[in-house]
Every structure is written in C-alpha cells, then in structure tokens.
Design a protein around this ligand. Structure first.
Ligand SMILES: [Mg+2]
Length: 349
C-alpha cells in the first residue's frame, strides 16, 4: 500500500474564537492510502488543546507504514495495530482510520454509511457554529447563517447573555450553546435559566473537563440538557460521566477514528446518554467521514468544512440544515477544482 501524508493550510472564512483560543488559519494533514488502483483519503485535524500539531501528526504516522501490509479488510486487527503504533495522537489515528474505511468501502463498492448498515434518509440536521465576536459581527454572522435552522453558539468570553440576545433578535433558529469549559458552577447556575428563557435547546461543556462533580451538581437543577465535549474522548470516558451529563459530543479527532466513535456511541447509549456527532475545523474529508455515522446520532454539529474558505474536497452536503450523504463508494468525496491552493508537497511514508 502506498502511504502519503500531505500537510495542508486552511484559511477560515471568519476568525474562529472560542472561550480559550482564536484562529484565522488551521494546519491539518491529509493522508492517502493507495491499494490496487484505489485511493482512500483521510484527514487529521490536530488540536493544540490535546497537545497535537501538524508536524507532530506527520511524525506520529511514520511508524504506521509497517502495519499497512495487512489486508485492509482486516479492520479490527488494523484498528488494534494502529492504536499500538500511533498511541499518542488521536488525530493521526483518525486520519489512518478514515483512509482505511474509505478504501474498504470502495473495495466493497458501497457508500461508507452502508458499510455501517445505515440509511442516508436518517441523517440529522446539522448546526452551524457562530464563534465569539463583537456584537456587530455576531449580528452579521447570524444573517449569513440564515439558511441553517440550528445555530451552535460559542460562549464563555464574558458577555454571554448579550451575544444570545443579539442572535435571538436576528433569528428564530434553534440555539445550542457551547461554553467550551469556560464557566464555573455559580456562573453556569445563574446563566442557564436565562438562556432557557431565550429558547436555548442545550448546553455543551459548561465546566472544565475534569469537573465531574460540578457537572453532576449543575445537572440536578438545570432546566436544559447538559452535554459533555472536552470531558469525553473515547468510550472509556463514558462510565465516569454517567449521571453527570445528558449526552456526549463525539468527534473523530478525539476518538481516533470511526471504529472507536462507533464504540463510543454504543457505550453512551448503554449509559442512557444522547449522542451528538461533532467535529473540529476539518475539511470535507473528515466531516464527510463523521457524517456517514450521523444516522446513529440524535444531534449533529458537522459544519467544520463550512467554516473553511479553501476546502480541498467536496463531500457531504447540507440542504435546509439536513446532512446529505454522497452515494458513490467509500466516503464519496471528490477533489475541488482549486485543491492545490491549500496543499504543500506530500511526503511518502
Ligand atoms: Mg464543543
């Protein structure tokens, strides 16, 4: 199997600010696996929050070349080998896992959602994210997002209620809040009932990732469902969150790919939790991969590709907010005409 890692530089349409950081660019890595004339494509979106970087992902992937002599259809065996060989970067594992799933579903000549036994009619609506910004720009972003029936609003910078009131004046959309671990228990306890009055649907990660006791206490009196994001990376994180949250936000860049995402979904269901599928700032490669699992989710927040000005691929679509899965084999993605604009020379591993 030929194995290439290609660093890419992505320009964001708006600067993307959340409670702890602000970005105008994103540095990801595309991976391609070529076997029997077919090319499987994957993507890593490294997160500084989880100690990852673009060069770190490429380095983490180097030892994986050794395991790619395995038949790609031996997916569980490969999954174990990927975890053993690339232990320290979930984003790097995700890139390999996505590329392998793309390749295998192409070999089977079926779209990836059918490999998982899912139906494309069952995709949920996706939210569209509004990052933290001045109220003027928030107003403009809200107008620009008028085709999306659900908005995911980033809070945690201080003027939280003003931001939600500004959006509510512009839009009747469903509003979901993501505080990105930016509140304390007293702050969250005071804010959440006011956000409920403004028609907010749910609250994501109100407290620091490790504050399980705080989440449990907050949830008891919260009028809105509480979801964990930073508090949950893999299935092993779910049991300790039982009773602390109503649902979990699952991302391929935290799980290390589709197989662990699937295990996490089932583990969350077993603990009576709801499931949201989310993403980092990712191109249509990784967002489309997650979208193929979305028929299993109650909520989707799969808009990372929509925030990028130079997405190198075309994949999952959005119509009136609903995710539209490609029907061609594998991920079903194709290169954008201007793909070369964001890429640097690939490195054969
Ligand atoms: Mg989040």
């Amino acid at each position: 199997m030929r194995f290439i890692a290609e660093p890419i530089g992505l320009d964001l349409i708006h600067s993307f600010q959340i409670a702890r950081s602000s970005d105008t660019k994103k540095q990801n890595v595309l991976v391609s696996l070529t076997d029997s004339g077919m090319v499987g494509v994957g993507e890593a979106a490294p997160s500084a929050y989880y100690g990852e970087s673009q060069s770190g992902v490429v380095d983490a992937l180097r030892p994986a070349y050794e395991i790619l002599s395995e038949d790609p259809l031996n997916m569980e065996r490969l999954d174990r080998k990927i975890c053993a060989t690339v232990p320290n970067s979930a984003a790097a594992r995700a890139a390999l896992d996505i590329a392998l799933h793309d390749l295998v579903a192409q070999k089977l000549r079926i779209p990836l959602y059918r490999y998982f036994g899912l139906h494309s009619d069952d995709t949920p609506l996706t939210s569209f994210t509004i990052g933290i910004d001045s109220l003027d720009i928030i107003r403009r972003k809200t107008r620009e997002a008028s085709q999306y029936p659900i908005l995911k609003v980033k809070l945690g910078a201080g003027n939280d209620l003003d931001i939600v009131k500004t959006i509510r004046l512009e839009s009747d959309a469903v509003i979901r809040i993501d505080a990105n671990a930016g509140w304390t228990v007293p702050q969250a306890t005071a804010l959440i009932p006011k956000l409920a009055d403004l028609g907010v649907e749910l609250i994501e990660q109100p407290l620091p990732a490790e504050d399980y006791d705080g989440l449990r206490r907050l949830r008891i009196n919260s009028p809105l469902p509480i979801f964990a994001d930073e508090s949950v990376k893999t299935a092993a994180d779910v049991p300790r969150l039982a009773g602390c949250v109503d649902g979990v936000n699952i991302k391929l860049m935290k799980t290390g790919g589709l197989r662990e995402a699937l295990r996490l979904i089932h583990c969350a269901r077993a603990h009576d939790m709801q499931v949201m599928l989310g993403c980092m700032i990712e191109t249509s490669v990784a967002v489309t991969a997650a979208a193929h699992l979305s028929p299993l989710a109650d909520y989707a927040d799969l808009d990372g590709n929509l925030l990028i000005a130079n997405d190198p691929y075309i994949g999952v679509g959005v119509e009136d907010g609903k995710l539209v899965l490609p029907d061609s084999p594998g991920l079903g993605i194709r290169e954008a005409d201007d793909r070369a604009q964001c890429t640097r020379p690939g490195e054969e591993l």
